[in-house]
Design a protein around this ligand. Sequence first.
Ligand code: GAP
Length: 528
Amino acid sequence: MTDATPNTKSMDDIMALCKRRGFVYQASEIYGGINGFWDYGPLGAQLKKNLRDAWWQDIVMHPCRGKPGPDGKPVEIVPVDSCIIQNPKVWEASGHVGGFNDPMVDCKETKNRYRADHLLCMGMKGDSTGQIYAYIENNDDSFAAALKKLSKYKKQELTKDDIDICALTALSTEELVVTVGPDAKEAGTLTEPRAFNLMFKTYVGATASEDDVAYLRPETAQGIFVNFKNVVDTTRVGVPFGIAQTGKAFRNEVTPRNFTFRSREFEQMEIEFFCHKDDAPAWYQFWRDERMKWWQEIGLGGNNLQMREHDADELAHYAKDGGGAADVEYRFPFTAPGFGELEGIAYRSDYDLRQHAEHSGAKLEYFDTTRGELAKNGQPKGERYLPHVIEPSAGLDRGVLAILCEAYTPDPDRASGVFMKFHPRVAPIKAAVFPLVNKDGMPEVAATLHAELVRRFGHLGFIETDAKQSIGKRYARMDEAGCPYCFTIDGDTLNDNTVTVRDRDTASQERIALDAVGAFLAEKLGIG
Ligand code: GAP
């Protein structure tokens, strides 16, 4: 359940920590960056890998952690790893070449570009002034600023009641006599909305002619659909089953913004789950609930997460009766009090397989030996059909961003002033081992323990060791990096073979036996 508590953390502070501690850097920063592209530093790369690995483990290796599907049987999912560049006909069939467009407007004054469907349009009511419009972003500050701008044209102060608000795209351009952009001082600075194809184009081969045009994939999903028949023919899976894939996707977004939230290069984690049409509603419900639970369990269990079922008018063109679409949404500091999408769970009917069957001529129907009328021998005769699809499609970078925002915990009582409360499963640093001082045999004991922990847990994340500066400063560094447990070797260790464990979230310390550290960490990391 959610409440109305806004996520009041400062995005500037979160971004500063991400830079300072090596989670996220601007891509090509030394050249001034490039809009819509972000690189991950050492801690960010490991955090992202841990989230991807957790998804892979819980989807591919051990689907839904053994929870049976609505048919009472184990959920079956196999992976693929398809190319970023496919035959361009894939994107014609999927509808991306013809229809993957966003309406955009440019501001001639500020050079800012806006997605027309992200702007609201305020028009003054009344006779003489009904043709002046201000475009605003959907937040209170923008609203107040736009009221002021409109007042200038009406020569009197306006209130919210004096205006009409509608989505920009709902207006015809003839109605737009004067426009005022959200950040512009002058009126009439915005262009008309224009369709903008989001796919990155490239050329395959040396000649770079129009015949060689290809596209960087805008989603990983189509690489799954075009391999549906291959997977059925070469493995032992049978409907219902899923195909999963993680990988990069590219969209030439009109307005990349909000840190990594809307980037031009990003990574997705997608499942296409194939089932019989009659079973689609039950599988839709199953995946909807499973995916929400997964995000909660990975560290977004607070009240900033919600599930939002789409309204009928939001449903994609392929969504039909019997299913629906819902989003797992997170309340980011920049969307608060609203929410932003982390993952969409959509009923896609047989739309994609049908499109690819029609465009390619391939027979993509599945022969289901468990269905159909019964033959004389009492066995089903079988049924041939195009499976229907439930698609849980998650953004890995958005997941990382939500985890960074949720983990960021200001605490004025700590030397660091802030700590990153990562779930141990995704924390990039799993543990740190410190000698209290760099002498008296402590570094040697620390080195032995560090080597043991690296051997046991190094495949899950970093195991740090650090002997520099005061122990308080070392704890502070680990707090900012989100390391859940620090083990300190001190004078007592040499006498009684115990160490201090410091818990990141409570900053409390306890002593445990040196030879119990491995088992302690295994239990805390959930692999005991
Ligand atoms: N195959 C379906 C599909 O691609 P989508 O809603 O367009 O659906 C799925 O994308 C997920 O990918 C989103 O929920 C979001 O997490 C992520 N995503 C989409 N566009 C993105 C962008 N420009 N930057 C970062 N993540 C993005």
